[in-house]
Design a protein around this ligand. Sequence first.
Ligand code: QAP
Ligand code: CO
Length: 166
Amino acid sequence: MTIRKILTFPDPELRNVAKDVTKFDSELKKLADDLLETMYENNGIGLAAVQIGISKRIIVADVSEEKNQPHVFVNPNIKVLDEKERGGYDEGCLSIPGFYEEVVRPLKVEINFQNLDGENKSLVPEGLLGVVIQHETEHLDGKLMVDYISSIKRQRIRSKLLKIKK
Ligand code: QAP
Ligand code: CO
């Protein structure tokens, strides 16, 4: 397992639309391990492959207190079951360190995905896990949390992160 470097906003690679996973081999399992290890190392609860510069549709999450319930979702697809908005979760992002923002999302979603063996699965996640899966799946389409806020705020975050990077 390897801890990978996480790209930070406004790295243009974070805007790439990731490609479907078609090969369910040992290389994919190694990628999932690296994603989980990199997420845990950085005290995250979710991470998408695009965030470590790999343009594949795979995300990981673990919202458990003990950090012992890893989830891996390959080619995830979100279906909204209940559009009713839920205000409330302050979201963070490992690619936007130090910034948190409340994002309003659908109350109930179903996620259709494949596991590391390529088997089709479906899940209706509870609570925070559902929020994290929605957040991570948007990374696969080049979308970021900062797209939900005003462009003035976005510019300010952008310049702050660019300064830290120097
Ligand atoms: C997405 O984000 C998420 O700024 C996952 O200094 C998070 O794991 C969705 C993190 C919360 C919904 C709610 C962020 C760690 C972790 C930081 C993360 C930081 C250290 C972010
Ligand atoms: Co994120």
